[in-house]
Design a protein around this ligand. Sequence first.
Ligand SMILES: N[C@@H](CCC(=O)N[C@@H](CS)C(=O)NCC(=O)O)C(=O)O
Length: 203
Amino acid sequence: MPSYKLTYFNGRGRGELSRMVFAAAEKKFEDKRIEFSDWPALKAEMPQGTMPVLEVDGKRKISQSVAIARYLAREFNMYGKGNAEMAIVDQIVDTCLDVFTPFVKIAFNPDKEEKAKQMEEFYSSTLPKLLGFLENLVKETGKSGFAVGSSLTLGDLALYTYIENCGAGGKLEKFPLLAANRKKVEELPRIKTYLKNRPVTEF
Ligand SMILES: N[C@@H](CCC(=O)N[C@@H](CS)C(=O)NCC(=O)O)C(=O)O
């Protein structure tokens, strides 16, 4: 089996989806967590000056969080069965990013007043609209509680991770299929163990 090293900050953020893929596949990896104070010295070593970064067998560094998660999901057969399911997995992942990207931008807004207004708009409009798309998609494509087909894919893990990252894990009353999918994912034995043991972090 190849050796894997994932380097990211000590937070969930953009690194967590790949960690969840490793956990779901029960694959060992080095979970290298960098303190903010150590980052400036390390930045120049990263291909795009950002994290996360994945190294496979110490050969080369792969940047871009979602490229990494997609690579791992393909390696571990969690990308759906056939091209049609893969397209749905991609549709879910990309919609999750449509949720997460504006959330991160707002979260880092230094203007407190503006940030509060933007967050209110995010939770009352952006988030429910996109969750509605995802609920409909899961209704159409999922079976047995999974988001795509009848087995765990990157789609389920993306839903779990990005919804959590946006602080929306407990805001799914209007989206029963997403809520049920979330419960299903967190009760899978490997994921349950991972969630119980992972470091508790602020972001
Ligand atoms: N699109 C990139 C964005 C990477 C990114 O902005 N990473 C942040 C952490 S979430 C980072 O490395 N920040 C430190 C810096 O840019 O110096 C990805 O998804 O990997």
